[in-house]
Design a protein around this ligand. Sequence first.
Ligand SMILES: Nc1ncnc2c1ncn2[C@@H]1O[C@H](COP(=O)(O)OP(=O)(O)OP(=O)(O)O)[C@@H](O)[C@H]1O
Length: 324
Amino acid sequence: MSGAPHPAVSRVRKAVRDRLTDPSWPPGEVFVAVSGGADSLALAEAAAFTGRRLQRAVRGLIVDHGLQDGSARIAATAAKKAKELGLDSAEVLTVEVGEAGGPEAAARKARYAALRSAVPPGALILLGHTRDDQAETVLLGLGRGSGPRSVSGMRPLDPPWGRPLLDVPRETTVAACAALGVTPWEDPHNIEARFTRVRLRHEVLPLLEDVLNGGVAAALARTAAQLREDSEALDTLARGIIAENGQLDVGDLEPLPSALRRRALRRWLLDAGVRELTDAHLRSVDALVGRWRGQGGVWLPGDLVARRAHGRLSVLPAPTTKGD
Ligand SMILES: Nc1ncnc2c1ncn2[C@@H]1O[C@H](COP(=O)(O)OP(=O)(O)OP(=O)(O)O)[C@@H](O)[C@H]1O
């Protein structure tokens, strides 16, 4: 490209530079998850451009889910385009997709696991989620009555994941690709109206934009950002309740408003290694605090038990036979 870059290209590059030079972002190696769509190709170019200036290598990772005919070819094409856009390398990861939770969720789970295990500890993996993706996430959460964590949308930094384009509209990534002379891959699922998110994108959001005279995606993204700020403040308070040795004192938890108490419990359970914690588990552990005194236990995923004894809560490996 000669002369000044196209404004769309500049906007994407600026978004990436602002994040990669943000001191709160990790300084380690940078990877870009490239699907071959407009968002991640524009992201790849901007990350490569910024990486050269910052003298940081930027590598591409492309996941081939093997779910549709020609997926290997689509992945190879995405890798080629990513290299042409300036990435130092582009590697295709082939994954086995399970069946649990439906095809989309299973593919996402396999994809995130493969990306995570392909990078060294401390590395950053950039994802191409845009402001429109954020708006869809928030709207979907609201419509489903989800809790504040879901309605507050995706976080820009959630190591190893980094999402530098959360303030960039999708039309900008599309315009950037056009200006760069690269043709993005169109995921056929993005057009099939049977997916809820797709209908939200193509039917609900345009209608809302029309009724409210525009600016809806930006407004939803702002709402999400405000909720995230509130939520982070609550998290800080919740963390303060957990003792340095990782123990929780029932006496400290009892007087708290339930929102703060559950925050503390969630954080504590996650720190104690409980994975796939559901709201039902959390409610049961919360009941250990509130309803009665004395001893008690709650079975948790991963063969763990939350136990109340002598006014303290602890997480322990479950005994081999159930017999509480
Ligand atoms: N096959 C893939 N290979 C590598 N990266 C991918 C692939 N598919 C998606 N990504 C990354 O994830 C980002 C988001 O893509 P998409 O919205 O399709 O994924 P998702 O994980 O289903 O989204 P969400 O997290 O919103 O549910 C892309 O911009 C890209 O960075």
